[in-house]
Ligand binder design. Sequence first.
Ligand code: ZN
Length: 285
Amino acid sequence: MLKDFFFKQKRFATIPSEHAKKDIPEGRVKKCEHCGTITFVKELEKNLYVCSTCDYHFALSAPERIKMIMDQGHFFEYDSDLISSDPLKFEGYTEKLKSDMRKSNLNEAVVTGEGTIGGFPVVIGVMDTRFRMGSMGAVVGEKIARAIERAVIKRYPFIMFSASGGARMQEGIISLMQMAKTSAALAKLHQEGILFISVLTNPTTGGVSASFASLGDINIAEPGALIGFAGPRVIEQIIRQKLPEGFQTSEFLLEHGQLDLIVHRKDLKATLNQLLDLHMVKGRM
Ligand SMILES: [Zn+2]
């Protein structure tokens, strides 16, 4: 029939062959959580893991952050051998730790060490949300406290990159103690007049936001980061009030005085470099 020429319909769905499927290896593209844009991982990498459509800042692993911020070949890691025990014998905790170690190739949720940024020596700590949501247990607290103590001895500025779900549930009260321990170490740093820059990234919540992450001489956040103590629903229930729009974002906190700066990831290294330069006092920072 003549009309068949005009209404040609596809009768079969196209199913990619096994060979075609292999051409797109898993993990080669990533979807933006904010706007849904799908981007090749290679492109994202070039763009410092920032969505080119909406500027959403993807979470970075600790090694990626270190590579992005520290001068190449100038990073010496501290205490990488510290491993969490299971003080409360929490069911399933040891297995979860082991599985996160395998997946992240890290021993804990924070990497600490020293190196240089634009030639300025610094001690840094970088949290990694792939490991138990970047939560703070005894080892995370200990590594951060030790890093701060080294900054005091060496008189190097301390920079902390936070990304955390808060205190680690499986370590109960011991994880809460880390808030006091890290804050006490920072108080010593402050007494010695040494600079502390806190960089808050998405998300920085719970006991981490309520301790060292908020104690910077300069508090910087990445755009659009979720920063807060408890979740908005819990707060609304307690205060029996509706929370304002954008509550717990970097932008809201900057407007209300809890942050000093919001810095786009592409400008972060240069900003840190400039701040270190400004605080340099003849061989002493
Ligand atoms: Zn996006």
